[in-house]
Design a binder for this molecule. Structure first.
Ligand code: BGP
Length: 465
């Protein structure tokens, strides 16, 4: 018998993207360089097929028709980010009027199309001139961020009522300061902790600016609250998993939602000798400026086991000195990205938020599947038959639906992403969109089978299976 998965009438259906990944810099139009522009100039070979941020999907040129396509596909909301270095070419000081026009127009077009804009302020894209001053390592840059945030609220707050300070702030910490995947390519746990702490402070300061301006809507943060699963019930595996959870989830989650750092995390960093530099007054700001709403990005779980071998005595300290990653036999993998597919993870996250984070209002802000060489699935009508993506989304939506029936305060689902976009180091290797983009003829966008399927899901507020 078919089961029906129904969602509330006002459920937010849509997609998410980010400035650096979709705007394109072919027309810089006064934009300053971000760390991505700089790094690409310096080391283009680090990017898949040498494709850099210049050639991303040209939303900057085509946003009007892109928004119309979103409308055609039934979107009720769309999350994008403002590029700090487009708005403030030097990261501070002078505002670029063309950027103001562009974002004003994007917002207006979305509203005209009946699509609610969800605006994020920071998605891995530090202005290069501020990175030269140390980026998030530097307290001054934290203050610059709150100034930038305030400017955005002032310019766009009259029409945007869902704001987000940052997307996955743990990623610049890991990728930029531990694992050499983002600029500034450092491997330095001490700096990583400071950068993480300053990002949290920057978010709280931006929220503070938002509250000072008055009632212009809700403000939140978007976190990849990857659940940690221990290999076994053995206390050593359990401890390893708890440490991973503290470092990668609860650091940002507790600070953003509850305004405090878990005492176990503080003790751990203290024991390791890696407590960041903290000013007392900052802790009050963090405590008083928690989020109204939480975006949950979920792609894969984190599986953890106790350490099996001692680290090399000369190796720089890494989180992996405290636990090992666990490759669970039989796990399902998306081979193109190497990420495990585990749909129930989204349910576990939502239940955790219900039970331990006062059931804060939340939504699935990113979920998706990147697949290589999708042209092989083209049918005779020229449509990519991405049945695997439909299955992937359904699998997750079923668990979101289950969480709803159990009282979770989850308000929407956004796929990553609307149209194929530039995936950082992977450039255009894996495609995530409901809409494919012809990289040669950029203006050519073609809706995939999943895009039409999702349109029906939105129309019917659910699906049967
Ligand atoms: C998330 C990021 C996105 C996006 C996505 C897919 O972590 O918020 O920016 O890129 O992951 O990952 P990737 O592009 O690396 O395949």
């Amino acid at each position: 018998m078919l089961k029906s998965y129904e969602f509330p009438n006002d459920f937010w259906w849509g997609t998410a993207s980010s400035a650096a990944q979709m705007e394109g810099n072919d027309a810089m139009d006064g934009k300053g360089k971000s760390i991505w522009d700089h790094w690409y100039e310096k080391e283009p070979q680090r990017f898949h097929n040498g494709i850099g941020p210049q050639r991303t999907s040209q939303f900057y040129q085509h946003y009007k028709s892109d928004v119309l396509l979103m409308k055609e596909l039934g979107h009720t909301s769309f999350r994008f980010s403002i590029s700090w270095s487009r708005l403030f070419p030097e990261g501070t000081g002078r505002v670029n009027p063309k950027a103001v026009d562009f974002y004003n127009d994007v917002i207006d077009e979305l509203i005209k199309a009946g699509i609610e804009p969800f605006v994020n302020l920071y998605h891995f894209d530090m202005p290069f001139l501020l990175q030269e001053k140390g980026g998030w390592e530097n307290r001054e840059v934290v203050s610059e961020f709150s100034r930038y945030a305030r400017t955005c609220f002032e310019y766009f707050g009259n029409r945007v009522s869902k704001w987000f300070t940052q997307n996955e702030p743990i990623v610049p910490v890991e990728a930029g300061y531990l694992y050499d995947m983002h600029y500034p390519n450092q491997i330095d746990f001490k700096k990583a902790v400071q950068v993480g702490y300053h990002s949290i402070l920057a978010s709280a300061l931006a929220i503070n600016e938002f509250r000072k301006i008055g009632e212009i809507g809700k403000i939140g943060i978007i976190l990849n609250v990857t659940p940690s699963y221990a290999r076994s019930q053995h206390p050593a595996d359990q401890k390893a998993s708890r440490i991973a959870d503290l470092l990668f989830n609860r650091s940002f989650l507790d600070a953003s939602v509850k305004g405090v750092f878990p005492s176990e995390l503080v003790q751990l960093l203290k024991d390791l000798g890696y407590l960041p530099k903290v000013r007392k007054e900052d802790l009050i700001i963090i405590q008083e400026n928690t989020v109204d709403i939480l975006g949950v990005n979920y792609y894969q779980p984190r599986r953890v086991k106790a350490k099996e071998n001692l680290p090399h005595p000369q190796a720089p300290f890494m989180p992996e000195h405290l636990f090992d990653h666990y490759e669970m036999p039989g796990r399902r993998i998306n081979p193109y990205r190497g990420w495990e597919i585990y749909e129930k993870g989204i349910y576990d996250i939502l239940i955790n938020l219900r039970d331990h984070y006062h059931n804060i209002e939340c939504f699935v802000s990113e979920n998706g599947m990147g697949v290589e060489n999708e042209e092989r699935f083209l049918n005779e009508e020229g449509v990519i038959e991405d049945n695997y993506r439909i299955e992937f989304i359904k699998g997750h939506l079923k668990w979101v639906n289950q969480a709803l029936t159990e009282g979770c305060n989850v308000k929407g689902y956004h796929l990553w992403t609307f149209m194929d976009n530039w995936s950082w180091l992977n450039a255009y290797k894996n495609r995530y969109g409901f809409v494919s983009v012809n990289l040669e003829k950029q203006s050519e966008r073609t809706v995939k089978k999943s895009g039409w399927w999702f349109k029906r899901v939105i129309k019917e507020n659910g699906f049967m299976e």
